[in-house]
Design a protein around this ligand. Structure first.
Ligand code: C2E
Ligand code: CA
Ligand code: CA
Length: 705
């Protein structure tokens, strides 16, 4: 049933209408016409059937009011193109409410638009005989966890699976698109909106659709357009041809979990877990990038090491140490400029990489970072004043590699600490030479004991009341193949730094006790004094090492005195007290060496279980009033103190008869020094004491001394 709109029209138009009505009313194809306001003016019977609406309900009404789903559809676009171009338009489109494909032709005719349309759903989707197969395919598609769409040769989405349909429009492109929309267009829109991978997807997909490429895959992040601050969802998109036809299947797997796990692992690999600062690997990269910058100026590296951090760890525990490092990391991060990078190499070592910064800028920066320590650190209820040593190295043409700069800054820090602490120092090539010398000494020293290059000289200790030589102090020398006899001051600190002092002291204990046994065989009763390093004290093996050497040589501990400097003991009095007690329980004696040179409190020393106070020669050599007897000299005060603490006092470095007279007068028990005897090789000690015995009948030095 067809109807005309009853509006006055021209005679020509009217006659056209009459003829058109007659011709089109009964054809099987659906036809309607629209006026310039898109109101239905005519609808034929086939159209009534297809649209499932009688013509009388439609005439005079706007197509968009009656079929709102058509608004913004490809059909709407076809209408406007037909009107604009005055040319017929042809398209196939999927009409959602009816869930079917339609083929549409629109013809502009004066002010009107005549629209022919027919249902091509069967042809477009499934032929009758392929319906069964198709439902199987649909079931398989729906079972796929990946969001899947089948595209026609031009990129139009023919169908999507259940996983796709479950996606929401808020998830962004392409999942907002439904069947009938064009997948490529969605990607192009995403590219236009600035999504970085969308254009890659367009190119890849076009290549697969055109069969230039067998398949295409892409991992891409997708952030919902309405909230760019949200973490993206990651998709693995794959496209490949369905069969020999033009169609392509596109799948999207959600790989967000995998990607975030990978990202987390990658982040962790480049950051320090304690402070979240860049770690060594990341700092290397930052440095390499900074050095590679063409227009960048000098790059300066600051190498920072907290002074005495080990003591914090030892005394307050590792948890407190960790807290300190975190607090420090946060303070340092707040002092960096946006172009600087602060990282942690491990332990208490932090590094700052400063771009566009020369050495003097580096010094200013070092001062700034040192001032981070002005405010004490609150730890475990105590306020800890701390300092830092900083090494500075700036790039020069020779420094092309990050490791060079880091190494130089490290060397400068090392030197700063040695001259400080609480110091900063710029790297210089001379510093490197010095370090290389030390390194060479260390590497040669490693073999020295094995090569019999270590030699012991002995200095007699005289018991002042009896005048007898009751002991000998073992003093180490290194018979260096090129440099001759090298004194301990040159190599003991290097041995301490390079973990060589403990093995060297083990060797020394064996060598000295073996010598004690030889002297005992000669009828000489001498207590052996061996110097022990602070490093050995904190190694924890001292007691075992001493007892082992005694057992190996079949000697009692009573023949051994162990000397530890006042500073070594003051560094960790508890640890010292514990080991001293153990050694004394076996009969060994303990001497506090170089007493009077450190700054330890007397009460700290007084509470230590020690036997002998060895007063440093600085106190013996001071100016002495001609007839001074005691308390008016520092030596006198210290000697009185030693007696009060039930310790025997030994005066070191007695060089003159006047000094010998003084140490006797103030009441020292023992004396040692060049005036009595310099340190000598063992055979000379034997000869000397044999001569003394010949002269006096006692174990004394010859009277000529
Ligand atoms: P020290 O333990 O205070 O040893 C005394 C130092 O004073 C020795 O120097 C000795 O030769 C020197 N000396 C002795 N009498 C006089 C004197 O009348 N006047 C002057 N000016 N000096 C005198 P040396 O042998 O060069 O040893 C220096 C330091 O090296 C020692 O000081 C000790 O701290 C260390 N040392 C020596 N041997 C060893 C060792 O086997 N192990 C360890 N850890 N340190 C050692
Ligand atoms: Ca000593
Ligand atoms: Ca000494």
């Amino acid at each position: 049933m067809s109807q005309f709109e009853e509006r006055p029209r021209s005679a020509v138009e009217g006659s056209w209408r009459a003829r058109a009505t007659e011709a089109l009313a009964s054809i099987s194809e659906a036809v309607y016409s629209l006026d310039r306001e898109d109101r239905f003016t005519w609808v034929n019977t086939a159209a009534e059937r297809l649209l499932e609406r009688p013509a009388r309900e439609l005439i005079g009404r706007k197509v968009w009011d009656e079929f709102p789903d058509l608004l913004n559809s490809p059909l709407a676009k076809a209408y406007s193109s037909a009107r604009a171009t005055r040319e017929a338009q042809h398209l196939e489109f999927f009409y959602d409410p009816l869930d079917r494909w339609f083929e549409v032709r629109t013809y502009p005719n004066l002010e009107d638009l005549v629209v022919f349309f027919r249902d091509v759903h069967e042809r477009r989707t499934l032929d009758e005989e392929r319906a069964a197969e198709s439902s199987l395919i649909r079931a398989v598609l729906n079972a796929l966890p990946a969001r899947t769409a089948i595209l026609d040769g031009d990129g139009t989405i023919l169908t999507t699976n259940a996983a796709w349909a479950a996606g929401t429009a808020s998830e962004g492109r392409p999942f907002a698109s439904r069947a009938g929309a064009n997948y490529l267009d969605a990607c192009r829109a995403a590219a236009a909106a600035g999504e970085p991978d969308a254009q890659t997807a367009v190119v890849g997909l076009e290549a697969v659709l055109a069969r230039r490429q067998p398949s295409f895959s892409l991992d891409y992040p997708s952030t919902p357009a309405h909230d760019r601050s949200r973490a993206p969802t990651w998709w693995h998109m794959q496209a490949f041809p369905v069969d020999d036809g033009p169609r392509v299947v596109v799948t999207h797997y959600d790989i967000t979990d995998r990607v975030t796990a990978e990202q987390r692992a990658a982040w962790q690999a480049r950051h320090d877990h304690l402070t979240n600062l860049p770690n060594r690997a990341a700092l290397h990269e930052v440095l390499a990038a900074a050095l590679a910058e063409d227009d960048g100026g000098q790059v300066t590296v600051l190498y920072m090491d907290v002074d005495g951090f080990k003591q914090v760890n030892d005394s307050l525990g590792h948890d407190a140490g960790d807290l300190l490092l975190r607090e420090l990391a946060s303070r340092l991060s707040h002092r960096t400029r946006p172009t600087d990078v602060v990282g942690r190499l491990g332990g208490d070592e932090f590094v700052v990489v400063a771009r566009d910064c020369d050495a003097s800028g580096g010094e200013a920066l070092a001062r700034r970072f040192r001032s981070v320590f002005d405010e004490p650190f609150e730890l475990a209820g105590t306020r800890l004043p701390l300092t830092v040593s900083v090494g500075i190295a700036s790039s020069d043409p020779a420094h092309s590699r990050p490791e060079d700069l880091l190494r130089d800054a490290d060397a400068a820090m090392y030197a700063a600490k040695a001259s400080g602490p609480n110091n900063h120092l710029r790297f210089t090539p001379a510093l490197r030479t010095e370090l290389e010398d030390r390194w060479q000494i260390a590497s040669r020293l490693r073999d020295a004991a094995g090569l019999d290059q270590l030699v012991v000289h002995w200095q007699p200790v005289v018991h002042l009341p009896s005048g007898e030589v009751t002991g000998c102090e073992a003093l180490l020398r290194w018979n260096h193949p090129h440099r001759g006899l090298v004194g301990p001051a040159e190599f003991i600190p290097i041995a301490e730094e390079n973990r060589l002092i403990v093995p060297i002291t083990r060797w020394l204990l064996q060598a000295t006790l073996a010598q004690a046994a030889v002297w005992a065989g000669e009828g000489l009763e001498l207590a052996i004094a061996v110097n022990i390093s602070a490093v050995h004290l904190s190694s924890g093996t001292l007691v075992d090492d001493v007892l082992g050497a005694l057992a190996d040589n079949g000697l009692e501990a009573g023949c051994l005195m162990l000397e530890l400097t006042e500073t070594a003991v003051a560094r960790n009095p508890d640890q010292a007290a514990e080991q001293f007690s153990a050694l004394r329980a076996h009969g060994a004696r303990i001497a506090i060496d170089d007493f009077g040179t450190g700054y330890s409190s007397l009460s700290a020393v007084a509470s230590l279980p020690a036997d002998v106070l060895k007063v440093d020669r600085a106190l013996v050599a001071g100016p002495v009033p001609a007839c001074a007897t005691g308390p008016e000299t520092v030596l006198g005060v210290v000697t009185a103190l030693g007696s009060a603490l039930h310790m025997q006092v030994l005066a070191e470095g007695v060089e003159t008869p006047a000094q010998l007279a003084l140490v006797r007068r103030v009441g020292c028990t023992y004396a040692q020094g060049h005036h009595l005897s310099p340190p000598l090789p063992a055979e000379q000690i034997s000869a000397l004491l044999a001569e003394g015995r010949r002269q006096t009948g006692r174990q004394q030095l010859p009277t000529t001394r």
